[in-house]
Design a binder for this molecule. Structure first.
Ligand SMILES: [Ca+2]
Ligand SMILES: [Ca+2]
Ligand SMILES: [Ca+2]
Ligand SMILES: [Ca+2]
Length: 500
């Protein structure tokens, strides 16, 4: 009995031990499963958190972009309401500085529109930049060589390379470089053979490197930052003279152009164009004779200011009207009319007599029967009514003295006088010779404006920097370029409006 009983007890013990082993196994399995589940949960949690962070960051970047875009929109608004009020555009804290866009509960979003301040280079101004206060490198670089040569850091070699980059031919200038030279580079590329569209495109022209184009202003904020005045210790290289070298970017543009129309909005008459419209333009006999002779000799006019002088009988008193109503751009079909160039055989009055000089009767000009055709837009000129001394001094290399006289005198002008650059001559600020040199590079109109805007959030400090060019040529402000400069860093400390 005992034996059977003890056998039963042993059997029971065995059963209990097996059950304990089983439940130990189950516990172990449950623990493993629990560990795995919590691992999955933790990794899922990390992922959700990362996604959330990414979404928040993306949203903040988007908000900063939109805040900066609001700054560009504000500039459009100011241009629409008052393009003729230079102070509203130049430095206007009430419209452009630390403007609140929205408060989303977590962040307050602002924008500031800023520009280089030529009157106090230590601080920015809160305004936009009239691009016609700069020299357009696309404006006939071959003819306007003297102006380009006056730019900082410019050399003959650079000018030749620039001419070749923009001219349509494949003939290199003396020190220039055409497509063949670029094809031989380690990393060859095609060149535009057309106008530069942006300042940055200058970097593609042989010899134009970042120090030439952007000077010491590596972050392009128009301010002298510590790394821009410490020599070679930190990027960029600089000369530690305490003055910001802005490179060509401080003086040059690629975006200016204007409709080639007179004060009343009619297309100007081309001195190289259709003889009939010239004949009917009410020019004095002597001027018509001069134009006819000049063109029969195979020349083309570069600018209507060439009529100034005894030969054409146009004096300072008439030049304002001439500059307003006339223009001079090359005409393709003129060569066809003229035949071979000057000195070539076959040039005769019989073959080309645009003005029928004998039968000319300017007293009773017959109205032109043809509808006026639009001229191509005139490539960027410098606005003599708005450009600073340092830029005017480079125009035709006129020098600082003449430029200073002009800038000092222009505040005294009547609105009507300021319509054409003729006032430089009538107010006796420049002589005839200098006038003829600078007139082809001067205008009295501005159509394009550059805007730099930073959008930023507080307290995060997240920001976005945008640069835009706004064009008024069509009558309505239009954004013609928009570029992100965020990767260059915040242009200055972004602290929000001063506490009141
Ligand atoms: Ca060429
Ligand atoms: Ca800087
Ligand atoms: Ca440096
Ligand atoms: Ca310097």
């Amino acid at each position: 009995m005992r034996k059977r009983g003890s056998a039963r007890t042993t059997g029971c013990r065995r059963g209990r031990a097996a059950a304990a082993r089983r439940s130990g196994l189950i516990l172990y399995a449950v623990l493993v499963i629990l560990a795995m589940v919590s691992l999955v949960a933790v990794s899922l949690m990390f992922r959700v958190q990362a996604d959330l962070q990414a979404a928040t960051a993306g949203q903040a970047a988007g908000q900063a972009y939109l805040a900066a875009l609001s700054g560009i929109q504000r500039a459009v608004l100011v241009l629409r309401t008052g393009p003729d009020d230079p102070e509203a555009l130049r430095d206007n804290e009430a419209m452009f500085r630390d403007q609140l866009v929205c408060d989303d509960g977590a962040e307050q979003w602002y924008f500031t529109v800023y520009a280089y301040n030529d009157q106090d280079p230590g601080i920015v101004r809160y305004g936009i930049t009239d691009e016609a206060t700069r020299i357009n490198v696309n404006n006939r670089p071959r003819e306007n060589r003297a102006t380009l040569a006056a730019l900082p850091g410019m050399t003959d070699e650079l000018i030749d390379a620039l001419i070749d980059y923009v001219d349509p031919d494949d003939m290199p200038e003396a020190q220039g470089a055409e497509a063949q030279s670029y094809a031989r580079l380690d990393h060859p590329y095609l060149i535009a053979n057309a106008d530069l569209t942006t300042l940055g495109e200058l970097l593609l022209v042989r010899g134009f490197d970042a120090p030439v184009v952007y000077g010491e202003d590596a972050n392009r904020n128009g301010l002298l930052d510590p790394n821009e005045n410490d020599g070679d210790i930190t990027f960029p290289p600089d000369n530690t003279d305490g003055v910001l070298d802005r490179g060509l970017a401080g003086f040059v543009t690629t975006v200016t152009r204007e409709p080639d129309v007179d004060g009343e909005g009619n297309p100007r008459i081309n001195l190289n164009g259709d003889p009939e419209s010239l004949q009917n333009a009410g020019l004095p006999d002597q001027a018509l004779t001069f134009i006819a002779r000049y063109r029969m000799e195979g020349h083309q006019f570069n600018d209507p200011s060439e009529l100034l002088g005894e030969e054409a009988g146009i004096g300072p008193g008439q030049i304002a009207d001439i500059l307003d109503r006339f223009t001079a751009f090359p005409t393709g079909d003129l060569t066809a009319i003229l035949g071979p160039p000057a000195g070539g055989r076959g040039m005769s009055v019989e073959r080309f007599d645009p003005f029928e000089l004998d039968g000319l009767a300017p007293e009773s000009p017959a109205p032109s029967s043809r509808p006026a055709q639009a001229n191509p837009p005139r490539a960027g000129r410098v606005n003599v009514n708005t450009a600073p001394v340092e830029v005017l001094a480079m125009v035709g290399d006129m020098g600082e003295q003449a430029a200073r006289r002009i800038v000092e005198h222009r505040t005294l002008l009547e609105a009507d006088q300021a319509r054409t650059p003729a006032w430089l001559l009538t107010e006796e600020l420049v002589d005839e010779e200098l006038f003829k040199r600078i007139a082809p590079i001067l205008t009295t109109r501005s159509y394009q404006y550059r805007v730099q805007a930073v959008g930023y959030g507080l307290p995060s400090g997240r920001f976005c920097v945008l640069e835009a060019v706004i064009d008024l040529e069509s009558g309505r402000p239009r954004v013609m370029h928009l570029r992100q400069l965020t990767r260059l860093g915040a242009p200055f400390a972004l602290t929000g409006p001063p506490q009141r």
